[in-house]
Ligand binder design. Structure first.
Ligand SMILES: [Zn+2]
Length: 147
């Protein structure tokens, strides 16, 4: 099954904290919030580390590799332009267990999905309904690592 870009995606509206996450894909980078005080990554982005309360936090580039921690296969056409079946997954980043992103896994048959599947990030460039450049985001999506 080869992935086809959907007709429509609900583009996120980045906050000051999540701006880096949604636009890192411009340079092909997955940027995850990192705490310089305790050294942990965390997601979703926020103004402070939830572990140690430090505000010495900022986006840091990670490999884009991860593994599937949980997933569901949607077979109903809930979203116009989004052809089922599609897979919604929690992807755990390779750098730190427990740091998970919710995204889609594509280029995989639903029957081949499993917990622990190794995946790699890629980005889909979307502009908000206004078409303004400052609404442009790069949505991180994942597909299986091919060895
Ligand atoms: Zn911390």
């Amino acid at each position: 099954m080869s992935y086809q870009r959907p007709d429509l995606r609900l583009a996120p509206s980045p906050t000051p904290e999540s701006q880096a996450f949604w636009t890192g894909g411009r340079e092909g980078n997955l940027l995850i919030s990192h705490c310089r005080a305790c050294g942990h990554f965390f997601h979703p982005p926020g103004p402070a580390c939830w572990r140690c309360r430090s505000t010495d936090v900022g986006p840091e580039k990670v490999s884009g590799r991860g593994s599937v921690a949980a997933f569901s296969v949607d077979r109903q056409p809930w979203i116009p332009g989004f052809e089922p079946p599609y897979i919604v997954a929690m992807v755990e980043i390779a750098e730190e267990p427990g740091v998970r992103l919710i995204s889609n896994v594509v280029d995989v048959e639903p029957a081949d999905m499993r917990i622990g599947l190794e995946v790699d990030v890629f980005f889909e460039d979307w502009t908000g309904l206004s078409g303004e450049e400052d609404t442009r985001v790069w949505i991180p999506l994942f597909r299986p690592v091919t060895h």
